[in-house]
Ligand binder design. Structure first.
Ligand code: SAH
Length: 393
């Protein structure tokens, strides 16, 4: 068996069951494992710690599959995937949605594996050398556990580059058509574009937060920054917003968003293709005001190394948003940056309010839904955080 021997003291994070091994922690490699092959991880004193997938090109040189001495094979993936899928079934999402995250990477004990179910299709994203090595076993396991009829691959996340993996997309099991699937969530219907949609096609992690916006939107003039295919904007409209202005820089996303408005019979959203930073400034200067601003920007800080630059960007948009709010207005603001912890995000928002010279309080904290569990030993999984702040008045 191939072996990774750690430097003295570097077993500590593994003993706390953190599943990543950084290249700097490794003293010696025995054997010649290929990318994705299983290696035994041992401490400097020779104690067995874990079995992990080797990734020679990445700074995260290995990701743990198991803390036990057991075989890593098709049966292992069937077992892990089945556990994750069963848990999702137990939550009974049927009344709420027909789209659910089945496998959530490290937090389901499957580093680099994301599986989202949209109706009869599972979209699979493999983002680590180990996941890539076991593609077939994982695809079969997902198909079997979910009872879906096809698996579509969307292995085109940026992180694959860090792992030295090429982009792979398209049908993995079952037919190529259709490439667009209907998704029904809380009595709204959306189309998921399997080929070109972001991530696996839809932001399932915001499901409960879209609901929250719906519940708070009645009678308000709403601005939805970074609206993508209209998730928050249409929920605001459905919740009785007086008006909704929705902005995104992607024309493809806006084309879908307009279609969604029509399909759901929700007119009255003004869709704008543009840059949120500029648009917020423009409205500040022109004196246009809102009663609710939703900001759900892309990841400004994928890792801690980007945190300072990201903090400036979050500060900038949130400061402008506070300035656009009428008294009693709500800011619903998110960060999906793994590199920005919740306490830092809250400090940034506090700084934004201070500099905007508004008095605001947090009335709700938001996070991902129950189908996006966060393993306690894996803080990196705690990427999505949101705050609902109410401006005094
Ligand atoms: N709120 C959405 C998801 C937002 S994803 C939902 O729940 O479905 C982030 C979006 O920001 C993407 O659609 C991307 O096209 C857009 N975007 C990125 N940078 C932008 C910018 N500077 N101005 C406007 N939109 C931007």
């Amino acid at each position: 068996m191939n072996k990774l021997i750690l430097k003295p003291g570097r077993e500590k994070s593994l003993k706390r069951r953190h599943p990543w091994i950084f290249s700097g922690a490794v003293a010696k490699l025995h054997g010649e494992p290929g990318a994705g092959d299983t290696v035994e991880v041992r401490s400097a004193f020779g104690d067995f710690l874990a079995l992990a997938a080797y990734s020679p090109r990445s700074q995260i040189v290995a990701r743990v599959w198991t803390w036990e001495e057991r075989a890593i094979d098709g049966a292992f993936f069937r077992e892990r995937v089945a556990l994750a899928v069963e848990e999702r079934l137990a939550y009974l999402y049927e009344d709420v949605t027909d789209a659910v995250r089945l496998v959530h990477g490290e937090s389901d004990g499957l580093p680099g594996v994301i599986a989202d179910r949209y109706g009869d299709t599972v979209v699979l994203q493999l983002a680590s050398a180990g996941a890539e090595r076991w593609r077939d076993a994982i695809a079969d396991a997902v198909l079997e556990a979910s009872g879906a009829s096809r698996v579509w691959e969307r292995s085109d996340a940026d992180v694959r580059e860090l792992e030295g993996l090429p982009v792979k997309t398209g049908p993995l099991r079952g037919s190529r058509e259709p490439t667009r699937i209907a998704l029904n969530e809380n009595a709204l219907t959306f189309q998921v574009d399997l080929e070109h949609g972001h991530k696996t096609g839809f932001y399932l992690d915001q499901r409960e937060n879209r609901r929250c916006v719906r519940e708070l939107a009645a009678g308000r003039d709403v601005l939805d920054g970074f609206c993508y295919t209209g998730g928050f904007a249409l929920n605001a409209m459905k919740g009785g917003a007086r008006s909704v202005l929705a902005v995104d820089s992607s024309s493809a996303a806006l084309a879908l968003a307009r279609g969604h408005a029509e399909r759901n019979g929700l007119s009255g959203v003004e869709w704008i293709e543009g840059d949120v930073f500029q648009l917020l400034r423009k409205h500040r200067d022109e004196g246009r005001r809102f009663d609710m601003v939703v900001l759900d920007p892309p990841k400004f800080a994928p890792t801690v190394a980007h945190a300072a630059k990201a903090a400036r960007a979050y500060k900038d948009i949130n400061l402008l948003a506070f300035k656009l709010l009428r008294p009693g207005g709500l800011l619903v603001t998110f960060s999906c940056s793994g590199g920005v912890p919740a306490d830092l995000f809250q400090k940034i928002i506090a700084g934004s309010a201070l500099d905007a010279d508004v008095d605001a309080r947090i009335i709700e904290r938001l996070g991902p839904g129950t189908d996006h569990p966060i393993a306690l030993n894996f803080p990196e999984g705690d990427y999505l955080k949101g705050l609902v702040c109410r401006v005094a008045g």
